[in-house]
Design a protein around this ligand. Structure first.
Ligand code: GRF
Length: 254
């Protein structure tokens, strides 16, 4: 890491609203993270424009130009490594990564998935949640492993499906949560090595610098691979109503 700030590579394929959240939070320096490079696998991704507008290095390699998944991933890693990233953030990156790539950046890749994993891995989550008549929906930040959307979950934000009748409306509400929890989870990574997470979290109070969510609820939990222990965190609505910051009690999770 450079000083105490983490060098992040952000990988996108589309609009990049999560990228924008990182750009804004990093610029205000309330997260310990600098964006070293923004990468897209498609030249038309609007996120590239967002990055360029913010004066951030960008790079695009079209996956269609490569014979197979691993050769594309090797070209991608070659490009990223020139920027010495501490952390890779997948933010709407619509590519399955090869085991080679995941191994190359072991425990240094985070993803955000628009569902309360382990429920609803895969695509079209918002419509599937509506079709199933679910009461709750949300988004999950997790570590990336070889299993699609299956890595250890770090932080979740949830909201009541409530009055949302369309996938578009639900997606919009979920994204407003994503823009808060993803920078927060990445900041945890920046300030503490994953192996230290249980020490940091267990039996202590942590203040997450999240503004009150419009839907008024946040649920978070953390999993530490190295110690194999779970740390669960919840906050009650009374706690959330006390102020602008959400204070979360950390306790052991069997
Ligand atoms: C987000 O909803 C994220 O959960 C999913 O892809 C979407 C990307 O949106 N992985 P954006 O490009 O950040 O606006």
């Amino acid at each position: 890491m450079s000083g105490s700030r983490c060098r992040a590579a952000i990988l996108i394929s589309g609009s990049g609203s999560n990228l924008q959240a990182f750009i804004d939070r990093a610029a205000s320096r309330d997260i310990a993270l600098d964006i070293a490079i923004v990468f897209s696998n498609g030249a038309d991704a609007y996120g590239l424009t967002r990055a360029a507008n913010a004066g951030i290095n960008t790079c695009c390699i079209e996956h269609a130009d490569y014979a197979d998944r691993e050769s594309f991933d090797q070209a991608l890693a070659h490009e990223l490594d020139q920027h010495r990233p501490d952390l890779l953030l997948l933010a709407g990156f619509m590519r399955v990564l090869s085991p080679w790539f995941v191994d190359h950046y072991e425990d240094r890749i985070l993803n955000i998935h628009p569902a309360l994993l382990p429920a609803y891995p895969g695509l079209n989550t918002h419509q599937r949640v509506l079709d199933a008549g679910e009461k709750w929906h949300g988004s999950t930040v997790h570590l990336v492993t070889d299993e699609l959307d299956g890595g250890p979950r770090i932080l979740q934000g949830r909201l009541p499906v409530g009055s949302s009748k369309s996938a578009e409306d639900l997606a919009k509400r979920v994204q407003s949560i994503e823009h808060q929890i993803y920078p927060e989870a990445a900041n945890w990574f920046s300030i503490t090595a994953i192996s230290d997470w249980p020490t940091m979290l267990n039996n202590s109070w942590q203040t997450l610098h999240l503004p009150m969510l419009p839907d008024g609820l946040i649920f978070a939990k953390s999993w530490c691979r190295n110690s194999g222990c779970f740390t669960g965190m919840t906050s009650t609505s009374e706690e959330q109503q006390r102020g602008q910051l959400i204070k979360i009690r950390c306790c052991s999770w069997a």
